[in-house]
Ligand binder design. Structure first.
Ligand code: UD1
Ligand code: CA
Length: 437
């Protein structure tokens, strides 16, 4: 248990120029979840933050809309113009008057930070009764980061930005990760004393270190072992690198839990997907969002599971199958070339190749459900126009377009009756060769 309450401030007002995008940087996604979503989750999952402040500026409205839709304990605060990270944190000060607790500050563009690390970081701060704790890491190539400056006795005394650093300071490999834990009561006054007489003409958050040291407060650094976690996204190259890192973590975790992944390099599985032991995932599978997949399933190759799939045990999701927001019960097969969206499939259902659940009406913009009950099957190339139910053990004939519910144990077919025109080809050939004489 912590001695104090925790609130968080997430810095997300910057433009992210190097993304070369019209979209604000923090709304760029990995596995369909915006970078800011990862950071909000990381601070919220430590179970002791009761409120977060997101500092918005560039494209503030878009960022605010996302935050509102994503969690209900976060408040957006506008910073305009953007005068630096210190000014950004100061924008939350009016909401923190008399707050006697810890404020964690995190950047909105570091999606790899985990709640375990933040939790450990806050505990470290709390156990040492510190006034200010800065997360640091050791980088062989520390370029562009602020450097952790220590005195002769190794005491942490300041952070110096790359652009303000002397050659000697630039050689320091311990960098500022940009994550802070602040005892608000003792340190908040620092924000009223920031100056912008530096290389960038900005109010630096990092200057609170020097202020606190001068006031004889307890200032410490928390050295993060796994420096991958503080990777900040500045470009689309970084976005792809972060996707790879997250993916590697998630496929490794799944393999350790007993899932067989044939080729981790071509398999993408979102961190919020769980998969049961002995399920086999074949190459070129792409799984985004939150999904639950059972044991002994076979997924892929080339399957796409988009979000909200709840799949039982012994299920087959084969090549070129897309599944979205659907429940699929045990022992059901969707083996090839099908789209299963907003559907509920019972157990022992067999979905023929090329079956489509037509869930979306583009005129009304309404999405509807398809229900296929236990033991039912659909023939190849059938279209199930939702809302529609195919009841227990019913059968849909190949090539049918189903617009009405199908009774249990019945066959529904909508194709025109088959005709045989005997010797039709022969007559055509004869006609043609006769014409050529
Ligand atoms: C900052 C730190 C640096 C650290 C690095 C870690 C400062 C002065 N420097 O540098 O020591 O090593 O992070 O990644 O803090 N932002 C605002 N409002 C502003 C300016 C920035 O909200 O007025 C936000 C940005 O959107 C971004 C974050 O603050 O999410 C960091 O800003 P950025 O300009 O990227 O700082 P760095 O130069 O990376
Ligand atoms: Ca940055």
């Amino acid at each position: 248990m912590l001695n104090k309450k925790v609130k968080s401030i997430i810095l997300a007002a910057g433009k992210g120029t190097r993304m070369k995008s019209e979209m604000p940087k923090v709304l760029h996604s990995i596995f369909n979840k915006p970078l800011l979503g990862y950071v909000l989750d990381a601070v919220n999952n430590i179970n002791c933050t009761d409120e977060s402040f997101v500092i918005v500026g560039h494209e503030a409205e878009k960022v605010e809309n996302f935050v509102k839709s994503y969690c209900d304990n976060a408040k957006c605060i506008l910073q305009s113009p953007q005068l630096g990270t210190g000014d950004a944190v100061n924008k939350a000060a009016p909401y923190l008057k008399d707050f006697d607790g810890y404020v964690i500050v995190v950047c909105g563009d570091t999606p790899l930070i985990t709640s375990e690390t933040i939790q450990d970081f806050v505990l470290f701060h709390d156990n040492n009764h510190a006034d200010l704790t800065v997360m640091s890491a050791i980088f062989e190539n520390p370029k562009n980061y602020g450097r952790i400056i220590r005195d002769k006795n190794k005491k942490f005394i300041a952070i110096v930005e790359e652009k303000d650093a002397t050659p000697e300071q630039k050689a320091v490999k311990e960098i500022n990760a940009g994550i802070y834990c602040i005892n608000w009561k003792t340190v908040s006054d620092a924000f009223n004393n920031l100056q912008n007489n530096n290389a960038q003409g900005e109010y630096y958050l990092t200057d609170i270190v020097k202020w606190a040291v001068e006031k004889n407060l307890t200032v410490q650094s928390y050295i993060l072992e796994n420096n991958e976690e503080i990777f900040g996204i500045n470009s689309k190259v970084h976005l792809a690198q972060a996707t790879k890192i997250l993916n590697r973590k998630s496929v490794t975790r799944l393999m350790e839990e007993g899932v067989q992944i044939v080729d981790p390099d071509t398999t993408f599985i979102s961190p919020e997907t769980t998969i049961g032991a002995d399920t086999l995932v074949l190459p070129n599978v792409y799984i985004t969002g939150k999904n639950i997949i059972g044991k002994n399933c076979k997924i892929g190759p080339f399957a796409h599971i988009r979000d909200g799939a709840v799949i039982g045990n012994n299920v087959r999701i084969g090549n070129f199958v897309e599944v979205k927001k659907s429940v699929i019960k045990d022992n059901t097969n969707v083996s090839h070339l099908s789209y299963i969206g907003d559907a509920e499939l019972g157990s022992k259902v067999n979905i023929g190749a090329g079956t489509i659940t037509a869930n979306y009406n583009p005129i009304s913009k309404v999405k509807s459900k398809t229900i296929i009950k236990d033991g039912a099957n659909t023939g190849s190339n059938s279209v199930l126009v939702a809302p529609v139910t195919v009841n227990e053990m019913a059968s849909v004939g190949a090539g049918s377009v189903i617009t009405k519910d199908v009774e249990a144990y019945s066959l529904a077919v909508t194709r025109a009756p088959m005709k045989i025109l005997s010797n039709w080809v022969k007559r055509k050939i004869e006609q043609l060769s006769g014409g050529n004489k």
